[in-house]
Design a protein around this ligand. Sequence first.
Ligand SMILES: [Zn+2]
Length: 267
Amino acid sequence: MGIPVALGGGGGIIGLILFVAVQLLGGGDLASLVPNEVSSGGGSASTSDLRTRCNADGAIEQYNDCYVVKSYNEINEVWTARLQGYQPPRLVFFEQGVATGCGNASSQVGPFYCPADQSVYLDLGFLAQLQSQFGAPGRYAQTYIVAHEVGHHIQALRGTTERVEAGSRGADAQALAIGLELQADCLAGAWSALANKAGNVTITDRELDQALNAAAAVGDDRIQQKTQGQVNPESWTHGSAAQRRSAFLTGYTAANPTACDALLPLR
Ligand SMILES: [Zn+2]
């Protein structure tokens, strides 16, 4: 979920790549997926394959990637209506590794957004592990992840990402980096509430819990505790579980992306 402005060059092994680019073309239903195939490496699934499969009855319940595409479309539908000049990011599914405008990435990076090619990269394996490894069950946990990455896209469109990079040469680099992440969490929360309000999607209490739980589950303290057995705040990049949960709630409660400006001391 990082924002790999500079992914370690050559760090990722490009293996089997499932490279699918999709975009929204009004309507927000799966039928609006546009075949815009980009494939690379060995195995690949085309967008038209995905569209055919995902438009079948029950596909969204059955296939996780179809559910993710549905969320992605719902997120873009709201932001397109709400934010002037908004253009949806590309959505790229990958496995193992992928070449991006920000360098090569392995699936160890997790889902991320690359400002250079304005694309959200989702490792489907990571999404499947959300429940088992991160303790973030429920499909809405995935919706939160997608909404967080699209939040980074909004930051790139607004020039926020660039301003953070410029500022990050100073002493406040870590605070700015964390602020950028918390703002993306907040934007995810604002989207959830806006979609709910507009009647695009009805979020249930259970789904809200899934999102809040997921935001906490990917907090730096939780991840460090799990992977290193200890917590080192000086190496945090995304904020604590409490901060991330709270950032999502800030956006959700306000139902307004403007409320998220306060989370990043820039401007
Ligand atoms: Zn992020």
